[in-house]
Design a protein around this ligand. Structure first.
Ligand code: UDP
Ligand code: MG
Length: 320
């Protein structure tokens, strides 16, 4: 089997308005980098607009384009996994469909990879154009909290935009988990990984497909996937609470011997409510982990492919 020099993998959800420009820019960037020896893989993640027919047209017009139609919306990380499973290049570029990550950077990223002898070149966002203050603030907070909780150092302000070698990708694809936080999984595999600073552009068209609820889910997957620190919260809390009870005991005894015993509904209720809040929090965290254990234990395929347009010369792993 001939492996193209470069595969470009693009997960798409409702990106019909961007796809034609995207194809032009990605294709030109790939040609500038490696000539004709490349493939572009679009994954349609159950879009509700005309993304799939447009992809089919692109695939029939350009032999270097292949399009994968998933059976429904599986979410960004799983759509990306489908594309990574089915691509066959020696180097692999992961990129968002909305042109927030300029495809033209691939030439420089390849140069960095060669110069540094790296297996992964990950793009770090210096600036983010056209995103709300709320998105920027929550994203910044998320990356920093994650960094404190996890044992795997996951690079800050880094999305999925990155260039990988085939051996790094094969290592990544050997990780079977359902709850996929790909940028963390790539950090976990090791090898030499170097940052590549860039300015993130505005979305070409449409709106973000990561509303708050999805961001939270990704955040929970990231934390539970890479850290068990929340489970240890119960032990830390118990030490703190034991200290607090000791102080309370001293206070109560003091009052008793002074002839002015502590009494009252307020103090009792306060202790009861604070303790139940802590207990519920701990239960909730345990629940998050158990829920994930349950889902992993079902061993369902990560995604299902409905149709493929164009040719993929890929590994046989279709996820099922
Ligand atoms: N995406 C996807 N499936 C989804 C949601 C998003 O494949 O369910 C794709 C989307 O088309 C884009 C990338 O994931 O290429 C990132 O999504 P988006 O731009 O909405 O996220 P943001 O850049 O706002 O974090
Ligand atoms: Mg985007």
């Amino acid at each position: 089997m001939h492996r193209p020099a470069l595969s470009i993998v693009v997960p798409c959800y409702n990106e019909a308005a961007t796809l034609p420009v995207l194809h032009q820019r990605v294709s030109a960037a790939a040609k500038a980098a490696v000539g004709d020896d490349h493939e572009i893989i679009f994954i349609n993640d159950g879009s509700r607009d005309a993304s799939w027919p447009i992809m089919q047209q692109l695939a029939s017009a350009d032999p270097r384009v292949a399009a994968i139609n998933l059976s429904r919306n599986h979410g960004h990380q799983l759509a990306l996994t489908a594309g990574l499973d089915l691509c066959s290049g020696e180097q692999i570029l992961i990129i968002d469909a909305d042109l927030q990550d300029p495809p033209e950077l691939v030439t420089e990223m390849r140069a960095t990879m060669a110069r540094e002898g790296a297996d992964v070149v990950f793009a770090v966002r210096r600036k983010r154009a056209g995103e709300t203050l709320f998105k920027k603030a929550t994203a910044a907070a998320f990356y920093r909290v994650l960094d404190r909780l996890t044992d795997t150092p996951i690079p800050l302000d880094t999305g999925d935009f990155r260039l990988m070698t085939r051996r790094a990708l094969d290592a990544l694809l050997a990780l079977p988990e359902q709850a996929r936080f790909i940028r963390g999984m790539v950090a976990w595999i090791g090898f030499r990984q170097v940052p590549f600073p860039y300015d993130r552009a505005e979305r070409h068209a449409g709106e973000t497909n990561y509303p708050l609820s999805r961001m939270l889910r990704l955040a929970f997957d990231a934390v539970t996937g890479f850290s068990t620190a929340p489970l240890r919260f119960a032990s830390h809390a118990s030490v703190a609470l034991a200290g607090a009870s000791l102080l309370l005991l001293v206070y109560i005894l003091w009052g008793y011997f002074e002839g002015d015993p502590v009494q009252g509904w307020t103090s009792t209720m306060l202790v009861v409510t604070v303790l139940s809040a802590v207990q519920m929090f701990v239960l909730g965290m345990i629940g998050e982990y158990i829920g994930r254990l349950y889902i992993e234990s079902k061993r369902r395929p990560l995604y299902l492919v409905a149709d493929i347009a164009g040719t993929v010369h890929s590994r046989a792993t279709l996820g099922f």
